[in-house]
Design a protein around this ligand. Structure first.
Ligand SMILES: NC(=O)c1ccc[n+]([C@@H]2O[C@H](COP(=O)([O-])OP(=O)(O)OC[C@H]3O[C@@H](n4cnc5c(N)ncnc54)[C@H](OP(=O)(O)O)[C@@H]3O)[C@@H](O)[C@H]2O)c1
Length: 472
């Protein structure tokens, strides 16, 4: 048996309570250790002694499973010290990780980290290389943790990144998980205790992943879906996986119906007066043309009219609380203009991705107008796109694309990253950042191809259309 001890000491510019809350749920390791592809908490309830975590390690690009058990979880004591000890088991190897946290007075925390890796018998000549590999992994993990906790503000895009983005197709290569992994920081550690976040479309895909992260961060949740039984099952799952004791309230709404959306607005105004963040995440791509019972093209109704109506209705109350409005759109909008002359897509053969992209662009336009409205000063308006993530929505609407990209698609957690970051990071309180279009935590251009940007008259017409729907 060969033992490889790794010891590191780093100073984190965050209070002890924050660092402890972030690390005790060890599933966050996937956000800071490049040696880990993914991690989930498998035991229900708050992370505590006995909690188990399933990790997928990244061993030279190969996915290797490993199970961790939190065997000691000592909360910060009066002397400002907390300890976490984790026992990790894989096939033919194990690890004992000890994380000792001590407060450093001025809102910072020392982390003394020790990992004892146990490997099978390793030939002597291999040991120096193995030690160097282990040291590199430990350095990368500690640097990742520094970034996740301390350097997690907006990302900057390199000149090369900007050029490939302008060329549209090369930029789209970053819509895969490769782009997510290139982010400087992937940490979601800014607590939301005492804040209320509403989100639509939480029964599947990105919405479900975002709700889990928001629950882990302690937010009170207002969850919208179209089926009460499924919503309640989601709440049960969120509670078990996040261990959050914060309130989670559910509201049913069929968002292709504007009558149902208006009814949701009424309920939210009555029952949820303290919303701090609203996320319009629900969306869908349809491959066939259909009009709703109210006479709107289905994709337009779900991806633009309904979230626009919710946005206009909730914006004043959100602004009064200096809250945030977040729209989930799609990088596909780069390919399409808004078509006011054929908003219901009736004069040309129906193309689902085009209809979807036009509706998402309309939502981007409307949100930028809200961001510029002086009557809504204080409201942070943020539009984001998630890249390409493997979700039930993508699998059913775009099966060929889903199959072709396979493992290169982001996980739902990766796709939801920027959404949760926009909802939680204090940097987004800066009014100068309102009205931006975000991808992978960096502001991006809103139009790349000639003829796709909307002019002021088009945006005026979109706003008037939504105002009419609100009054209907
Ligand atoms: N995944 C990607 O690669 C990708 C890329 C770009 C943009 N997006 C956007 O990301 C958001 C989430 O998509 P996803 O990939 O997570 O899709 P998903 O797995 O299909 O989830 C969509 C969610 O929206 C809800 N929803 C859809 N239509 C609704 C309606 N008429 N009324 C109420 N709720 C409705 C769904 O509810 P049910 O469970 O009841 O169906 C589900 O909870 C969407 O806005 C999508 O356009 C995704």
């Amino acid at each position: 048996m060969t033992t490889l001890p790794l010891v590191r000491r780093i100073l984190l510019q965050r209070p002890l309570a924050d660092v402890f809350a972030y690390l005790r749920d060890f599933s966050t390791i996937a956000q800071w250790d490049p040696g880990v592809f993914d991690a989930t908490k498998v035991t229900p309830g708050p992370a505590d002694a006995g909690s188990q975590f399933a990790l997928t390690l990244n061993v030279l690009g190969r996915a290797v499973p490993m199970q961790y058990t939190l065997i000691r979880c000592e909360s910060p004591d009066a002397g400002g010290v907390a300890t976490l000890v984790l026992d990790g088991r894989g096939e033919g190897f194990s690890a004992l990780d000890t994380l000792r946290l001590s407060a450093d007075g001025e809102g910072s925390t020392w982390l003394d980290y020790r990992a004892d890796l146990q490997l099978g018998d390793v030939p002597g000549w291999l040991l120096p290389g193995l030690r160097a590999w282990g040291r590199r992994l430990a350095d990368q993990a500690m640097a990742g943790l520094q970034r996740a906790l301390c350097e997690d503000g907006p990302e900057s895009v390199s000149v090369l990144g900007r050029v490939s983005e302008r060329l549209v197709l090369p930029g789209m290569l970053n819509y895969t998980r490769r782009g997510y992994r290139q982010q400087h920081s992937r940490g979601l550690s800014r607590r939301l205790d005492g804040r209320t976040v509403g989100i639509t479309g939480i029964t599947s895909g990105l919405g479900q992943a975002a709700a889990l992260e928001l629950a882990r961060l302690g937010a009170t949740l207002v969850l919208v879906g179209r089926d009460r039984t499924r919503l309640e099952a989601c709440v049960e799952d969120l509670r078990a996986r996040s261990g959050s004791a914060a309130a989670m309230r559910v509201h049913e709404a069929e968002l292709s119906s504007l009558a149902s959306t208006r009814d949701l607005v009424e309920r939210l105004r009555r029952d949820e007066p303290a919303l701090d963040v609203w996320i319009n995440n629900a969306g869908a791509l349809f491959n066939d043309h259909a009009l709703t019972a109210e006479g709107h093209e289905r994709s337009l109704a779900v991806n633009f009219l309904s979230p626009a109506l919710l946005s206009q209705a909730l914006a004043p109350a959100l602004a009064a609380r200096r809250g945030r409005l977040i729209q989930v759109v799609s990088g596909g909008l780069y390919t399409q203009p808004v078509r006011l002359d054929d908003i219901n897509y009736t004069t040309e053969p129906y193309n689902g991705p085009k209809a979807y992209a036009r509706a998402k662009r309309a939502l981007l336009d409307l949100t930028q107008r809200l961001a510029a409205d002086p009557a809504l000063a204080g409201l942070g308006c943020h539009v984001m796109h998630p890249g390409w993530a493997a979700t039930p929505g993508v699998a059913s609407a775009l099966p060929g694309f889903n199959q072709r990209l396979g493992e290169r698609l982001r996980t739902p957690r990766m796709g939801a990253d920027t959404m949760v970051w926009l909802a939680s990071h204090p940097a987004l309180d800066d009014p100068a950042l309102s009205g931006r279009f975000w991808f992978d935590r960096a502001p991006r251009p809103t139009a790349l191809l000639p003829g796709t940007a909307s002019n002021a008259a088009t945006v005026d017409a979109l706003l008037a259309r939504v105002a009419n729907l609100s009054a209907a």
